[in-house]
Design a binder for this molecule. Structure first.
Ligand SMILES: Nc1ncnc2c1ncn2[C@@H]1O[C@H](COP(=O)(O)OP(=O)(O)O)[C@@H](O)[C@H]1O
Ligand SMILES: [Mg+2]
Length: 315
């Protein structure tokens, strides 16, 4: 009997379009001999629609989700990846792929992620937390990276090299979130690790990926195809083990499920955690599918594994 899977994309966050691309790619790749796919999308305004574009309302969406064996939520950013969709599935009593409410919420919050990672001995970027009310108290002394606490796709992330540029960067980040991080600029190689937790508690860590780009890995570089991904990243055994151990420690401390992408800077002093993505980009060209492909796991097989594990874990 075929498994009925709901694939949800879109969402109200600034990552709406990226999510639609991920969700379409996922839905297309699920093996039609094994899966019946129900495509659902969430508009920028929060309207749920079925494949034909017909608005179904929240009640209709819950009905559609409950008609499925499992949900594959492919919504990045706030009101999706932050645990919101996981909560909806929990309340609807449907199994779903990926992290639960708590892990989604923790990982979406870059400040809380620092606290959790620090508690298990993983170094993170030094940063100061500001809000609209406290932003004026910050005194610029050295180049910093300004970013919203909860966003993605590099939206609102800016490198500030001069004091005069700080206010504009804070204002731009505050448009996306009411809390902003001002971080020291980390000098190091950008290395991503994909960790897939199995229902028995074991982990699969895919070959590490290095992002080689000039300056910040910004929104343009992320989606214009110019980013140079090196898989496997050229790493010494010592650095690779340090990165893998840190990635698994953070994955477990946050309480992730399914696959998460744990992003680091590899500095002269070792790995420095940047962030955890519980619903990372998932087109075939995105980092995580490419990392698993390098290990011999095809895109369709990766999706199949995630769906099966979600069903096994829910039993
Ligand atoms: N503290 C930092 N030092 C140096 N580069 C940074 C720092 N923080 C972010 N970046 C760069 O900006 C990019 C986007 O920042 P990130 O925190 O990953 O936001 P997003 O959640 O939008 O991906 C990173 O991939 C990295 O290239
Ligand atoms: Mg990032």
């Amino acid at each position: 009997m075929r498994t009925r899977v709901a694939v949800v994309g879109g969402g109200t966050s600034s990552e709406h379009d990226v999510s639609l691309s991920s969700a379409a790619a996922v839905a297309d790749a699920l093996d039609p001999t094994a899966y019946d796919v129900v495509r659902l999308s969430i508009g920028r305004d929060g309207t749920w629609r079925e494949r034909e574009g017909r608005p179904v309302g929240l009640a209709g969406a819950v009905h559609a989700l409950r008609s499925c064996d499992v949900v594959l939520p492919v919504v990045h950013g706030p009101h999706g990846e932050d645990g919101t969709l996981a909560a909806l599935c929990d309340l609807a009593g449907v199994a779903y792929v990926g992290s639960g409410v708590g892990a989604g919420a923790i990982a979406m919050d870059k400040w809380v992620t620092k606290l959790v990672a620090g508690a298990v001995g993983v170094t993170t970027t030094p940063g100061v937390l500001l809000s609209a009310a406290t932003a004026s108290t910050y005194t610029w002394t050295h180049p910093v990276v300004v970013k919203p606490v909860a966003a993605g796709s590099s939206h609102g992330v800016a490198l500030v090299r001069e004091a005069g540029d700080l206010q504009a960067a804070l204002d731009a980040a505050l448009v996306l979130d009411d809390r902003v991080l001002v971080e020291d600029v980390v000098v190091g190689r950008e290395i991503d690790l994909a960790v897939l937790g199995r229902p028995d508690g074991s982990h699969i860590v895919a070959p590490a990926l290095e992002i080689v780009c000039d300056g910040l890995f910004d929104a343009g570089t992320k989606y214009d195809g110019s980013a140079d991904f090196r898989i496997p990243a050229a790493l010494s055994p010592v650095d690779l083990k340090a990165l893998e151990d840190a990635a698994v420690a953070v994955y477990d401390a946050v309480g992730c499920r399914g696959v998460a992408r744990v992003d680091f800077f590899l500095t002269a002093a070792g790995p420095v955690l940047n962030e955890v993505n519980t619903m990372p980009g998932f087109t075939q060209q995105s980092q995580v599918p490419k990392m698993f492909a390098a290990a011999g796991t095809s895109y369709a097989d990766l999706l199949d594994l995630l769906v099966r594990d979600a069903l096994a874990g829910a039993c």
